[in-house]
Ligand binder design. Structure first.
Ligand code: FE2
Length: 378
């Protein structure tokens, strides 16, 4: 049984349904009216601005008609109907979660125990089976990384992965960049340096939000890839040192890249970024790119460095990392706002040749949402 009543002189609608109740303000109802004068029936876009919304949005009448709630605005007698289920789905009169450091909806924190269950999809299947693509994209949303197998061992084939969900983001490094190392066959003791796990290009604003790395050849010994869940690391830091966590969220770091002629990329962003209501939004961590930190107050700098040092140590903790070696024809995709990636050291004769490119995670989330709407959730 659904009922509606008005209170506060008609400025608030109360909807009751099955023992629950939600309040809605007149101004919110007017702004979100679903009628064709307010919303384009074709593309769903709003046709009005707030200047078209009267200051006085009090209601003179409200009633339930079938599965609709019909309201009348007092000032101009405008009548609008809302589907009851739409109002309930969009109710904001509820307990809002503002726990700092919480994971975004649909994400799961992980550590090295995910090593046995690395999400993976075969390129030819992802191209032809929408359910398989939906499941692979859902894993990208949940874990922030996934592998792809069956990628043609040809230059530029990584673009076929990007085409599954979006568009290449070109940078000064090109549409794609080469990650190629010939390990010195004369000196077998030579060891390629490992790299600490990092996010790419924190000196860009906005930073690239997705990175794709595809392997064309990997005959050297070692050279494994590894990934770390930056959100899991941030939450571990928060659990053991909430004050340090707070410092890394509250003050901006600086990142710079001036390594190429004509380039001077600078950003001013926190290492751990939260939304204004506390949800984890992004991690930026890249020791090679940190510029002098000048936005931390003098009396907080030592504590900031202690937290930064601890964050770095947690990133290096093997218990947090998932390792895998890419064979030729394999690739992995990371959400560069969340998951850090690294290369282990390598040795022996051989060639390690990967190609990388950037893309954006809005394409992943949009393609996933559209597939879920068409084919149901995973
Ligand atoms: Fe990188």
């Amino acid at each position: 049984m659904t009922t509606v009543t008005l209170e506060a002189e008609g400025s608030v609608l109360i909807l009751r349904d099955g023992g629950d109740q939600w309040r809605f303000h007149g101004v919110w109802l007017r702004d979100n009216a679903q009628d064709p004068a307010t919303r384009d029936p074709g593309n769903g876009q709003r046709l009005i601005t707030l200047a078209d919304v009267p200051q006085d949005c009090r209601l003179s009448d409200a009633q339930v008609i079938g599965d609709q709630v019909q309201i009348t605005f007092a000032r101009d007698a405008k009548v609008v109907q809302f589907a009851t289920h739409w109002l309930i789905a969009h109710a904001y009169d509820r307990t809002q979660d503002d726990t700092p450091g919480r994971l975004p909806l649909g994400q799961t924190a992980w550590d090295s125990t995910l090593s046995d269950a690395v999400p993976v999809g075969a390129l030819d299947v992802l191209k032809t089976d929408p359910n398989a693509l939906r499941d692979w994209l859902a894993n990208m949303r949940r874990y922030g990384f996934a592998k792809v197998t069956g990628v043609p061992v040809t230059e530029g084939s990584l673009f076929e992965i990007v085409a599954l969900f979006g568009y290449v983001r070109e940078t000064n490094y090109g549409r794609l960049f080469e990650v190629r190392t010939e390990v010195n066959p004369v000196n077998l003791a030579y060891t390629g340096l490992g790299l600490q796990a990092h996010t790419d290009n924190p000196y860009r604003d906005p930073q690239p939000t997705v990175q794709v790395l595809a392997c064309l050849e990997n005959s050297a010994k070692g050279g494994e890839n590894m990934v770390v869940d930056g959100f899991a690391v941030a939450r571990r830091l928060q659990a053991e040192d909430p004050v340090g966590f707070d410092l890394l969220t509250r003050y901006c770091a600086r990142f710079s890249y001036t390594g190429s002629a004509g380039m001077a990329l600078h950003s001013r962003r926190p290492m751990i970024e939260l939304t204004p209501d506390g949800e984890l939004q992004a991690i930026r961590f890249n020791a090679r790119s940190v510029a002098p930190l000048v936005d931390v107050p003098f009396d907080q700098m030592e504590a900031y460095y202690a937290a930064y040092r601890r964050l770095s140590a947690l990133i290096d903790d093997p218990a947090m990392e998932v390792q895998f070696k890419l064979a030729s024809g394999e690739a992995f995709v990371v959400d560069n706002t969340r998951v850090l990636h690294a290369r282990k050291g390598y040795a022996g004769a051989g060639t390690r040749w990967l190609q990388g490119c950037y893309a954006d995670r809005d394409g992943i989330l949009s393609t996933l949402a559209a597939l879920e709407a068409a084919h149901g959730p995973t």
